[in-house]
Design a protein around this ligand. Structure first.
Ligand SMILES: [Zn+2]
Ligand SMILES: [Zn+2]
Length: 422
């Protein structure tokens, strides 16, 4: 018989699994009352969920063929005017140096760009149309992917503070930023846990980059753009971005996004399957929390992608809304499954968040991790439990002038699950 992957229920119960759509043990369990854990009989490997978490609605435009078509459609000819741009993904964050060329456009498409900002007071998302300079890279070299990989590392190693500021600037309170900075202070001891935590931060950073426009560093903007043949003074406002270059860079970051997400899910799967007791609780917790942060951010991006398609008449407003809602629901569902595994594996025996007053030294074995769990516990009690989030399905509004759309609050859902009966 071909070896089958054990189902999650059997893995977590340390039972021997068997073949079939529903394994024998799950079948027996389903006949007992109250034995259902909500996971079903699923043999899915977590990395297989990447295609749901990073759905084609956001990735397909970054595929090689689509990019080539896009260039053919909108660029008539490349010139020999070479400019080196300094592009950044946020205030206080390092820049990427990029050698680009001016092109003669075939259409008006690449001379303009939609950018989105959120009004922090009202939570409303505002779409602004800006002039975009006709600049792009003539060739995309696969070796360059390493440069962008290093750029992500640079932010994770040296700029987590400013990054936390930029990443959560649109949030209406400090909750997520505080949580993020608590996680940034963790210093795991084991090498594999250090690596996983770093990968979690890399995931949050690359997700942020995918959701934001890379813009020309303000101090160098005029100096760079003045070299263009088509330059007209005063045309390019602040946070100016060459749309073509931005899209080409996203091609690389999109690939990195998929790789990093796969790494995190893979490692999480290993911890779920092979660690015993409370070992690696902190790492598993940070991985799931990091995924929740990344998914929330992705869901906003998914809405912006479909909104942009509607604004440029590629699809109707209704279709855009229906498509992004369905895609986000799918992410919710798949993430629920991962939260379910976490609860089933840990919460019945070990719950350092809810039971933060207990002595966890013999189980977590790391004073830093215990302190972290305690701080998170207080934060959750003060911010979420107190605010009665518990029975509401909290969603944030993303509004444009004529639309209202939602993404879920997955971070809050995950944190609240520690206080649900297990
Ligand atoms: Zn089974
Ligand atoms: Zn099963």
């Amino acid at each position: 018989m071909r070896k089958v992957v054990a189902c999650w229920h059997c893995v977590l119960q340390r039972d021997k699994c068997g073949p079939g759509d529903t394994c024998d043990r799950c079948l027996k369990r389903s006949q007992r009352p109250n034995a259902e854990c909500g996971l079903g009989c699923s043999r899915v490997r977590l990395w297989e969920l990447v295609s749901s978490f990073l759905p084609s609605i956001m990735t397909s435009m970054h595929e090689n063929s689509q990019l080539t078509n896009f260039v053919a459609l909108h660029i008539r000819q490349w010139s020999n005017v070479e400019v080196t741009l300094r592009l950044t993904c946020g205030q206080g964050l390092p820049y990427i140096s990029c050698k680009v060329y001016e092109f003669a456009p075939k259409t008006q498409e690449l001379l303009q760009q939609f950018q989105y900002t959120t009004d922090t007071r009202t939570g409303k998302c505002i779409r602004v149309q800006k002039s975009s300079p006709p600049l792009g890279m003539i060739q995309l070299n696969h070796k360059d992917e390493q440069r962008y990989d290093r750029y992500i590392n640079d932010i994770v190693d040296n700029y987590l503070g400013p990054f936390a500021y930029a990443c959560f600037a649109e949030e209406q309170n400090d909750f997520q930023r505080t949580l993020f900075l608590m996680m940034a202070r963790l210093r795991p001891k084991a090498d594999d846990e250090v690596k996983l935590l770093k990968e979690v931060f890399r995931l949050i950073v690359v997700t942020y980059i995918m959701g934001h426009t890379l813009t020309i560093q303000e101090e160098t903007k005029e100096q760079s753009l003045r070299q263009l043949r088509s330059y007209i003074p005063g045309v390019y406002a602040s946070f100016c971005s060459p749309r073509m270059t931005n899209r080409q860079l996203k091609y690389f970051f999109c690939r990195l996004h998929q790789t990093i997400m796969t790494n995190v899910l893979n490692k999480l799967q290993q911890i779920f399957k092979s660690s015993k007791g409370c070992d690696k609780w902190t790492s598993a917790f940070c991985a799931v929390l990091g995924l929740a942060m990344a998914h929330e951010d992705n869901q906003k991006t998914i809405h912006l992608v479909t909104q942009t398609k509607a604004a440029s008449h590629e699809m109707s407003v209704q279709d855009a809304e229906a498509q992004s809602d369905a895609t986000c629901e799918d992410i919710d569902g798949k993430f629920s499954f991962i939260m379910g595994i976490f609860r089933w594996k840990y919460n019945r025996g070990y719950n350092p968040l809810r039971d933060s007053e207990q002595d966890w030294m013999s189980k977590l074995k790391d004073p830093g991790a215990i302190q972290f769990a305690r701080e998170v516990s207080i934060l959750v009690r003060e911010n979420i439990l107190a605010a009665d989030y518990l029975n509401r399905r909290q969603r944030i509004k993303i509004c444009t002038a004529n639309q209202t759309q939602y993404t879920s609050r997955l971070v809050a859902q995950f944190l609240l699950s520690f206080w649900l009966p297990s």
